[in-house]
Ligand binder design. Structure first.
Ligand code: PLP
Length: 381
């Protein structure tokens, strides 16, 4: 059908009609009674979704901007920081902390590996650090790291832990307070079902007390915290996006956070089952935690560039290519936010057709059946 588009990337992700309707409401003034209740409710809902009693600071920025707020507030030039990376985003945080003058100890895993908390423990024994910086869901590879052991390793060493939950918040369990995560960063355009443009940062008392000497103004945590406390944003917020996010968070909480996380586990299982049924090799781990994005290798002799292009040109479907050295080798189907199993089956059916056209030996129809079965019969513990 001409013009119909499908968004199957791990962010931006599809936006529900209720949220689109809120975005289309007339613009209100941010210091008026038309906005303050929306702002207050949105901030309260954010705390619920972040599973925290603390402040969740909201910035007009993408996830990278919210992450930069953590770097600008916590890093002082010359101070040691331990950055864990296993893909594109962890490497970005190593570069960003270095750009702020940190003494970066970069614990670097190959793309696709899963970090091990014992390595962090050993590194911190050798070289204490002010904070451990880690990615929860490494969107470039599909690896989701289990956070509590890393939080424990940081705590034992007296270090803070800063978590990039940009693609995981609202898709994979992230217990900010219960797990002792000092900073949790996310963005609006992933599992929070809102267009890009809002970044957020849940910040512990310890993190607020540990701010350093890097220059900052717009991203200064204390300025934003104080302003939010009186519902008087420090700078003009994107009122329409806040209204949209408020509705999106309401939908998420209405479904129930646990139910939402279970749905993501089942979506991940369905996507992996379908990919395997058509004979594709998974690049992302075949485990329940990997519930954000499924990365699969293009069959021998076929470039994932052609798979991505084929889906877009023939079916109006946008999926993600590999990043960095993985471009051309893997392709990624995101399944976060406003997603159900029929989004997965649509994407898989199109992948089958495109791969068959590119000469791959795939049996048509098997992926859809396997995905539906895995989704229906998945018993989430
Ligand atoms: N971290 C992760 C894990 C991501 O998936 C992304 C976005 O793809 C980012 C950080 C960067 O976020 P943004 O593109 O919103 O700046």
């Amino acid at each position: 059908m001409s013009g119909k588009k499908y968004l199957f990337t791990p962010g931006p992700s599809p936006v529900p009609p209720e949220v689109l309707a809120a975005l289309g409401e007339p613009v209100v003034h941010h210091r008026s009674p038309d906005f303050r209740p929306v702002y207050e409710r949105c901030l309260a809902r954010l705390r619920e979704v972040c599973r925290t009693e603390r402040d969740v600071l909201l910035f007009t920025a993408s996830g990278t901007g919210a992450f930069e707020s953590a770097v600008a507030n916590l890093v002082s030039p010359g101070e040691p920081q331990l950055v864990v990376s296993c893909g594109n985003f962890g490497e970005r945080w190593a570069a960003m902390t270095a750009a702020y003058g940190a003494e970066v100890d970069h614990l670097r895993y190959a793309w696709g590996e899963t970090p091990d908390a014992d390595d962090v423990r050993a590194r911190l024994r050798e070289r204490p650090a002010k904070a451990v910086w880690i990615v929860h869901s490494e969107t470039s590879t599909g690896v989701v790291t289990e956070l509590p052991p890393f939080a424990a390793a940081a705590r034992e060493a007296g270090a803070l832990i800063v978590v990039d939950a940009v693609s995981s918040l609202g898709a994979v369990r992230c217990e900010t307070d219960a797990w002792g995560l000092d900073v949790v960063v996310s963005g609006s355009q992933k599992a929070l079902m809102t267009p890009p443009g809002l970044g957020l940062c849940a910040v512990s008392k310890a993190a607020l007390a540990a701010t350093g000497t890097s220059p900052r103004y717009y991203f200064d945590w204390e300025r934003t915290r104080k302003a939010q406390a009186s519902l008087d944003a420090a700078f003009t917020p994107p009122v329409s996006l806040v209204a949209g996010l408020d509705v999106a968070l309401g939908l998420l909480l209405e479904e129930g956070l646990d139910a939402v996380l279970d749905r993501h586990i089942r979506l991940g299982r369905a996507c992996r089952a379908g990919a395997k049924a058509m004979g594709l090799e998974l690049f992302s781990p075949d485990e329940d935690r990997s519930a954000v994005v499924t990365a699969m290798r293009a069959p021998d002799g076929i470039s994932s560039d052609d798979v991505v292009r084929g889906l877009r040109d023939r079916f109006g479907m946008t999926i993600a290519n590999g990043q960095g050295d993985l471009k051309g080798k893997i392709f990624r189907l995101g399944h976060i936010g406003w997603f159900d199993v029929f989004d997965i089956t649509s994407a898989l059916a199109a992948v089958e057709i495109v791969l068959a056209d590119l000469g791959a030996d795939v049996e048509r129809g098997v992926a859809v059946t396997a995905a539906l079965e895995a989704y229906e019969h998945a018993n989430v513990a």
